[in-house]
Design a protein around this ligand. Sequence first.
Ligand SMILES: Nc1ncnc2c1ncn2[C@@H]1O[C@H](COP(=O)(O)OP(=O)(O)OP(=O)(O)O)[C@@H](O)[C@H]1O
Ligand SMILES: [Mg+2]
Length: 461
Amino acid sequence: MERRIGGLETEFGLVCVRADGTRALEPEAAARELFRPVVAQGRSSNVFLRNAARLYLDVGSHPEYATAECDDWWELVAQDKAGERILADLMARANAALAERGEDARIHLFKNNVDHEGNSFGSHENYLVDRRGEFTRLPRILLPFLATRQIVTGAGGVVTEEDGGSRFVFSRRSDHMWEAVSSATTRTRPLINTRDEPHGDPTRFRRLHVIVGDSTMSEVSTWLRFATTDLVLRLIESGRAVDVPELEDTISAIRVVARDLPGTEPLPLASGRTASALQIQQRYLDLVAPLAREDEHDVLETWQRALDAVLTGDRSWAAQTLDWAIKERLFTQVAARHGLALGDPRIERLDLAYHDIDPEQGLAASLRRRGQAPSVLSETAIESARAAAPATTRAHLRGRFVTASEEAHVDHVADWTTMRLVRQGAMPVSVMDPFQTESEQVDALIAQIRAHGSTDAAPPA
Ligand SMILES: Nc1ncnc2c1ncn2[C@@H]1O[C@H](COP(=O)(O)OP(=O)(O)OP(=O)(O)O)[C@@H](O)[C@H]1O
Ligand SMILES: [Mg+2]
């Protein structure tokens, strides 16, 4: 696929604590407080927003934000950052309400991966692939790439080993993966989820659900996750015979790679030979290079720089660009300065602070302000992603529908493929092609909304 649609779902960690750090509200009550304005606006805790994203409370009271369909990976990063801001605003409103009621309680939201109770949070990537394509050979070619890409796009972190020692790893999530491919997302935690829900015309499309990724704070890390995976998918779709180093055991390999900071540990291959994470990533980069478009050369260059940072040990670029390397530098410096082991609870708190989405208190945000983490997207790009849907996909139609309905105070419901008014006899309008940006049916629906909107409707913003 030359132009691919993708979307990113992020599950957020939520705590509500008193000034002394003890738990103030149970997650369920805190989530209810957080979602009060959402429910007031949309009469549900599962809504689509004006930027066509989905915001909802998942089981276990986890807020989740799923970006709208994007066909440009910087747009996707902007839509994802917009989600952080939307949730940070909800958090600020909830905290103001709690303070007004005189409650000693403050909500914090984290875009993190694993908490100290061992819960892991999802950051699921969705990619549109052709139904007639190569779905059968897809896992074989994709898995070695996914198991090793953490040396580029991992969020970094510290794990405690069975012997009590602690060490820095590329991705903590690696220890939480239990299967290579499966149709379940929670119980068995596969790298690729095969549940067949295309959110589009099932005769033409499939949606690939990659669930091995870490939640990434760095714009470059998030961008690379999508941009490199997109290229590997194109390689698979090219139909060419591709010789990739298939791993003998994906799940043991992913754990080894997480701990292998030099990237050189030999991983057993199905062929009986071995290859290191660096060699495997380099192989994919070399294989996809001829398929990259002119405007994708920066993907190849950045990917190569990331691999070189592992190969040479020179972190000067990576430690201000990629999540794992930013954290590696930060944790080692703090640990050395205060004479701490990496497994010290203070380092764990630093890790959590890095994923705190509070624009003032969050550590990733403050590093960005100091030029120690990337800031590629302009303020305008992020703010417009908050207000408007991507213009080049179906999300554009959904964004217009939600905006018109909210402006006219008309009750409405949507999902990824349909839009409908909540009134007797209202017929849903479906858009089964994720690339579609124009629709007479949607225009008619919006005209109807404007004509029949409540008389006290506020003027359009
Ligand atoms: N046809 C498509 N191809 C690829 N991605 C899509 C397509 N349609 C929607 N998406 C993206 O897929 C994601 C779906 O998010 P959602 O949280 O609803 O996931 P789900 O897997 O369907 O449901 P749940 O999280 O409830 O299990 C969104 O980010 C959206 O932009
Ligand atoms: Mg989801």
